[in-house]
Design a protein around this ligand. Sequence first.
Ligand SMILES: *Cc1c(COP(=O)(O)O)cnc(C)c1O
Length: 412
Amino acid sequence: MSSVDLTKIAARDAEDPPAQFREQFQLRDGLIYLDGNSLGALPKASITRMAHAVTGEWGEGLITSWLGAEWVSAPRRVGDKIGALIGAKPGEVIAADSTSINIFKALAAALSLRPDRGVILSESTNFPTDVYMMQGLEAFSGGRIKSVTVAPEAIMEALDETVAALLLTQVHYKSGLVRDMAEITRRAHEMGVLVIWDLSHSAGAIEVDLNAADADFAIGCGYKFLNGGPGAPAYIYVAERHQSAVQPLSGWFGHARPFAFEEEYTPAPGIERFLCGTPQVLGLAALECGVDIFGRADMAEVRRKSLQLSTVFMEMMDELCAEFGFSLISPRDPALRGSQIAYTHPYGYEIMQALKERDVIGDFRAPDVLRFGLTPLYLRFQDIIDAVERLSDICKTKAWDKPHYRERAQVT
Ligand SMILES: *Cc1c(COP(=O)(O)O)cnc(C)c1O
């Protein structure tokens, strides 16, 4: 290769500070895992923690573990640890339920704080579940709530005094474009609009400071960059000043005194109000192991390495795959780029299948996007070099052009 010095790039693995974390994850030899933005890798600590949670806490401790093993405080404890990663104060984040459910809670709470406004706004290319949850709220509201989506570039001009809440994903799930959280929040606030930030591709991927941005609400996934495991509990951030908002999923764990078994619902005063039912104890145990790794990592280093990995990826693609019809949809400007790289290609699905067969796992997002997640804690520079070389080889030999690569699976 001419312009990219591979020996020099591969040598970075020896001196890179986040590289020490790789051994804390269980990863099969030979596998190049570029899908940690969809399902993070398994922390070795989760294996022993889960074994203990099941056999010791559940098997032996049984019901006494609610207090004895601190199950009851896990949503708050894990929430605070996630909060430390995203610029929240203690007591502003709680880990519970799924991202979709937390979107519902945040939207409803924001609407309760703007009783004279009925529009909830997002952009048309947002992750589908975000928009589906908005549509659900509209459908059951009997005309009070209107779900509106506009083109991404039209968000600012759509902010007016009819809008109660703006729901945006900070790092776009396909392109990885990073939105300016502080600036958008500021402009929304000028119009009296509350902002809900979806951090599913932000937490554990880029530095986030919710309080510095004066953010109102945020939600996000536990199973992506946070490595919490399949179906891990999600989290919700509610700025202290908004914690008296209405949370209509008023299950007993959001009650001020769940074990008083009172007839009337009295919401808990703080972030516990944003719980609904019984916490997902086993899921929280695994999530805590994933989050704890970030407690030992330096997010500035993680971010720096993430951008280096994506830069190498793009430069190698330019060099090795330029003639094969890929179009980069991720920003070249590092300030605007999250921790993933995406390309469109008319045969993206088939190419991704062929890559997977060669032990390079990324994912495919309909209709034509190949997406590669970059997780600095367990990816090496050498992995990026190998991945792009295999991709180039697949294209050169047209190895993707086989009937069995065309069969669409249920999960892509
Ligand atoms: C992955 C993702 C979700 C997922 O929501 P779940 O309820 O956990 O399935 C939501 N929003 C965004 C932006 C995502 O990337």
